[in-house]
Design a protein around this ligand. Structure first.
Ligand code: PBG
Length: 332
């Protein structure tokens, strides 16, 4: 055999057996990286399926408490809660969003009373509450008015903080809302309430099943969110959004959607080095579920691979509807 004919460097040496694959593994997924998004609705003893998201349910507060306890028992650190607002409570100016006795404040109080150590992240945005299905109040042309919307978002965030939310998460994409909410929280003494800013939120078509779940799809109709959420073609703009939100007082930034935007997660984490979360959104979940149910993909395997990819891109935590399933697989 002639020396030099074959490789000396063999990348396959470190792939040959589990022990060495384990030792050289660069990124790992832990249950501590997972945030479970949940939908809460009025009533009691209700668990109502979301047809476009198999395995996901809208739960009344009593049922949510049971589910939240399961999540905590599996080691999941936090829930992100979203409301299903009944049509009679929706209005042009989203008054219900600032009601201290509204569904979300009641759910937060119940969760914090029952499970004080489970982190509660509440969504700050008006779309479940507006008759337009938009994340803000609109003028006569249907344009979302930035500053008038901020005034309501401040009240909504304060109401959630009063109810006991650990983290408020503005997902509306109005300019300047992080500073306004931070100042209001400080002024009211909620200095330790965290802000998770949906900084780079794209005008994505992957949100469809979520809008079915919260019941805003019919309100939105054929309208879109292009004049406030980001264009999917843009990437530098995401860095500008993130820098702005950090300067305004955000503790954590979010990129959304997730899988089609891993390049954005990577750039944000490389540039800002700040706590960075991403949202594997409803449409991403629906795709993987559908393929799994058809036998076209191995659901468990693609679920774990997709979540690990978020970690590789630089995510600190991932909001995913797979959180419970992934947590079960991650059990020691
Ligand atoms: C709205 C909001 C949306 C999602 C989270 N908060 C939808 C939207 O912007 O239309 C989507 C989450 C998902 O698709 O799972 N403020």
């Amino acid at each position: 055999m002639q020396i030099g004919q074959y490789p000396l460097t063999r990348q396959r040496r470190t792939r040959q057996a589990p022990f060495i694959r384990d030792l050289v593994q660069e990124n790992r997924l832990s249950v501590k990286d997972l945030i479970l998004p949940v939908f809460v609705c009025e009533g009691s003893h209700i668990t109502k399926a979301v047809p476009s998201m198999p395995g996901v349910y809208r739960r009344s507060i009593d049922q949510l408490l049971i589910y939240a306890q399961e999540a905590q028992a599996l080691g999941i650190p936090a829930l992100a809660i979203f409301p299903v607002i009944t049509p009679d409570k929706k209005s042009d100016n989203a008054e219900e969003a600032t009601n201290d006795d509204g569904l979300i404040p009641r759910a937060i109080r119940a969760l914090k009373a029952a499970l004080p150590d489970l982190g509660i992240i509440s969504d700050v945005a008006l779309d479940p509450y507006t008759t337009s299905g938009q994340d803000g109040v609109t003028n006569e042309n249907g344009y979302i008015i930035n500053d008038a919307t901020i005034d309501i978002l401040i009240k909504q965030a304060l109401s959630h903080a009063r109810a006991g939310a650990d983290v408020v998460a503005p997902s509306d994409m109005m300019d300047g809302r992080i500073r306004a909410i931070r100042e209001a929280l400080e002024a009211s003494g909620s200095v330790n309430t965290l802000i998770l800013a949906y900084s780079a939120k794209y005008a994505s078509n992957f949100y469809g099943p979520f809008r079915d779940a919260v019941g805003s799809a019919a309100n939105l109709g054929k309208a879109d969110k292009y004049n406030y959420q980001m264009h999917p073609a843009n990437s530098d703009e995401a860095l500008a959004e993130v820098a702005m939100d950090i300067a305004e007082g955000a503790d954590i930034v979010m990129i959304k959607p997730g899988m089609p935007y891993l390049d954005i997660i990577y750039r944000v984490k490389q540039t800002e080095k700040c706590p960075t979360f991403a949202y594997q959104v409803s449409g991403e979940y629906a795709m993987l579920k559908a393929a799994g149910q058809n036998g076209w993909l191995d659901e468990e395997k693609v679920m774990m691979e997709s979540l690990l990819a978020f970690k590789r891109a630089g995510c600190d935590a991932i909001l995913t509807y797979f959180a419970m399933d992934a947590a079960r697989l991650l059990l020691p």
